[in-house]
Design a protein around this ligand. Sequence first.
Ligand SMILES: NC(=O)C1=CN([C@@H]2O[C@H](COP(=O)(O)OP(=O)(O)OC[C@H]3O[C@@H](n4cnc5c(N)ncnc54)[C@H](OP(=O)(O)O)[C@@H]3O)[C@@H](O)[C@H]2O)[C@@H](O)CC1
Ligand SMILES: Nc1ncnc2c1ncn2[C@@H]1O[C@H](COP(=O)(O)OP(=O)(O)O)[C@@H](O)[C@H]1O
Ligand SMILES: [K+]
Length: 480
Amino acid sequence: MIRAHTVEQVRAAEDDLLARLPEGALMQRAAAGLGYAVLDLLGSAYGRRVLLLVGSGDNGGDALYAGVLLARRGVQVEAWLLSDTAHSGGVAALRAAGGRVVPAPGAEADAQRPSRDRFDLVVDGIVGIGGRPGLRPEAVAALARVAGTPVVAVDTPSGVDVDTGRVDGPHVTADLTVTFGTHKACHLLDPAARACGAVQLVDIGLGFRGSQARTSTTEFSGPIEALQAADVAALLPRPAPDAHKYTRGVVGVRAGSAAYPGAALLSVAGAASGLAGMVRYDGDPAAADLVRAAHPEVVGPGRVQAWVVGSGSDAGAEDAVRRSVADGVPMVVDADALAFAGTTRGRPAVLTPHAGELARMLDVERADVEARWLEHARLAARRYDAVVLLKGRHSVVARPDGRARVTTTGTPWLATAGAGDVLGGLVGALLAAGLDPFDAASVGSWLHGAAATLAAQRGPIVAGDVAAALPAVVAALVGP
Ligand SMILES: NC(=O)C1=CN([C@@H]2O[C@H](COP(=O)(O)OP(=O)(O)OC[C@H]3O[C@@H](n4cnc5c(N)ncnc54)[C@H](OP(=O)(O)O)[C@@H]3O)[C@@H](O)[C@H]2O)[C@@H](O)CC1
Ligand SMILES: Nc1ncnc2c1ncn2[C@@H]1O[C@H](COP(=O)(O)OP(=O)(O)O)[C@@H](O)[C@H]1O
Ligand SMILES: [K+]
């Protein structure tokens, strides 16, 4: 499990460790990890040119000491100081190792004029967890002079809001972010996560590895989580040796309509992933024949352990929600049914809006949701008293108490019509198989993203390809 901690939690862990270690030891650990990551990316050292952008704090110190390691390996290292108070030990060490240290060109320099020197790579040590969001003009100007050069961010891309993932002003866009001790929210949550590029965690002994989420009865105060393959494998429902189809759970689908029969097929395709014992279709008769033809194993209405409602339901959504709520079993509420999500209060439910749908549910602008994914997912979860799976590049799953997971599997090819219908069916199957709504939503979202990535290896995909790739993803996790 990846767990993203707040700056306050990092500082507390750091204080504990600093008391036990010689001065500067943590920074040396961080800088070594950073330096080797940069060397890996460069592929070779001799003759390579690396620019360090160095701010006033320890983030700049990390960059300078990584520069020392690089210079000793034969890299030509230049540091542009963005402040008069850059880490003095780091500056002296870089000079001693043969690096060039100069003041940054400054905001008044012609930002459009590229630097006369060409660099293979820029290391962003402007600010890390001590920075306020946004960048000062001198940092913006320095970045403009090396635009187009690959960037490695130290700890966080400078300028993003570390604890919320918000991006309100100018910021660094990195190809790789090397972070220390633990992930932070900005590494998982969009839009900041997009500015991180790939994220590499360097263990510096902060003691977060394997730490458990803390939860109180009211408000969750633990880290934001991102499931990894091993977590999904551990949570995945598997048939017991003496299983029969009913013990594995039956999922019912009330999706599709005469106008949108395809949604019935795709929702059923997600539900028929093999993770529940049986699938029932109880939607529009106009779609039922198509469902039976495509999925001969699917049966008609009857008792279920979970309902999936709303994908392409059109005018039938209200009735589908009402009947499913009356049943009292857990349900997935998607698309057209989200307008009636208020009626599911008090029932175990997973609501699966995309940003536009969530904006309608909360009566805010879509752009607000896309600027603050976690905040809006949590708000909706609290307001609707349900688990909310807010779909996007990095989907967010939130519980009413604030506990949250972020999905980091997936590919932009998944932005294709009907992909959400498959996801709803899949989450429904996991609910029917006995997962609680939070696990069903986050495991389903992880599998959905992984299946899309697998399917996209053979080229562009449509929603049905995602459903078809699910068994191979499950097999890779738990074996045949
Ligand atoms: N914690 C750990 O476990 C470890 C932490 N380590 C490293 O330390 C980093 C944190 O270092 P930190 O605390 O010195 O803060 P940091 O981010 O360098 O800069 C803050 C200073 O920048 C300034 N400033 C503020 N906003 C700004 C802006 N928008 N644009 C420009 N400047 C801005 C402001 O100073 P001012 O100029 O206002 O006086 C402020 O004081 C952390 O990210 C990691 O890399 C590792 O070495 C070892 C383990
Ligand atoms: N850029 C992206 N990268 C990765 N996944 C994406 C991206 N855009 C959308 N998705 C995923 O694709 C699916 C789209 O679902 P949805 O918006 O409901 O579409 P539809 O209603 O057409 O089925 C969601 O699972 C979402 O998380
Ligand atoms: K940085």
